[in-house]
Design a protein around this ligand. Sequence first.
Ligand SMILES: Cc1ncc(C[n+]2csc(CCOP(=O)(O)OP(=O)(O)O)c2C)c(N)n1
Length: 438
Amino acid sequence: MAGRLSWSAFNVARRSFGQQLRGSQAQLINSRTFSSALGEEQPNFPGSRSKWTEKLEFVQPDLYDGIPVYRVMNRKGEIIDPAYDPKLEKDTLVKMYKRMTMLNTMDRIMYESQRQGRISFYMTNYGEEGTHIGSAAALDDNDLVYGQYREAGVLMWRGFSLDRFMNQCYGNEGDMGKGRQMPVHYGSTEHKFVTISSPLATQMPQAVGTAYAFKRAQNGLCVVCYFGEGTSSEGDAHAAFNFSATLDCPIIFFCRNNGYAISTPTSEQYRGDGVAARGPAYGMATIRVDGNDVFAVYNATKAARHLAVTENRPVLIEAMTYRIGHHSTSDDSSAYRSVDEVRHWDSTQHPIARLRAYLVQQGFWDEAQEKQWKDDCKRQVMQSFARAERRQKPGWKALFTDVYDDMPDHLQEQFEYMKSHVDEYEDHYPTKHFAKDN
Ligand SMILES: Cc1ncc(C[n+]2csc(CCOP(=O)(O)OP(=O)(O)O)c2C)c(N)n1
């Protein structure tokens, strides 16, 4: 590929960079030896740049008021400062609205389907639709996404079909993941979305590694890594932030700060000024946005992408939002927060309602369209749902394949053993639901 260094060229480049570095270090040491005055006027420790002080003062965390929340429109969907209106085309705006509402409809139906025992698990995206669609719309469709599990809207924006969502949740033959993972653990090579896995934050240093590879390949793309504020407490988050800054990686860290990590409120998650305040400490450009304002998310992501790609540096976006739904179908959030609190966010700050108000003001949307689209959405989701439910599960051999690229002998042996076992005791297994390809 053009622009990619061969190994030998890379080694030459590395050697000459090493020589330069050693040269500049030597210069620094020499200048220190010769100018002891520098240490008097200004500290010259290699570990930081700052001034002397004779006051014994601790830096207090409440030194400043907190990083402000960037917004473009108010709760009524009115643009506050026209200079920041991204002035998107009508088609793009309607598409944004349609994908947000489609996601919402899919969530409602899949949540119900789990309640009825049709799928084993589900996680809704209620209240966070603006963070997904606003950010996805501002990216290049070839930028690589690493998600946590509550970012289905990003995939939806990129055209991941309803059938694909359903097939994954049903773990049927149509699932690209061959039914091996829990529902909502989506992934798609075609949509540049790395497959989700459950252990929190593990995607973060991996995303940095990819961003580093992108920088080497000079492909003009960036990596986007989504995570929740709870996840930001993991050690892997620290590793990722620091590596991305010290290795100058084109990555956007997108934190969805929705107030809770299951039952843990942010007051028990951290004591600093949210996640954004950590950004500058790692040397990252950082912004905090109103995650329920799809335009603020869009503008911030667009600008972050520009910084990441043109300057090869990490950028941190903290999108403030609220998790309106339960954590998952395994959670009843009324056990730890009030129904009134949830109702407040649902009724006064919802990202979908805000965008809709904006569209109506522009004359891009009306009651009749709303009704028609709601019916359409429901029909499309129900049809896809019925198709997924009818499909068989993958042949059970898929439990043994892809553990390694090639199946080693000891695994082959286990497979043969299971095959003879299932053949003998077929009546005791639900084999009629599984494809026969073993
Ligand atoms: C390493 C690890 N620890 C714990 C869990 C269990 N767990 C799953 S989701 C979750 C909460 C994550 O909260 P947050 O990152 O804020 O995301 P949100 O669910 O609010 O979107 C926890 C603790 C896990 N999956 N992985």
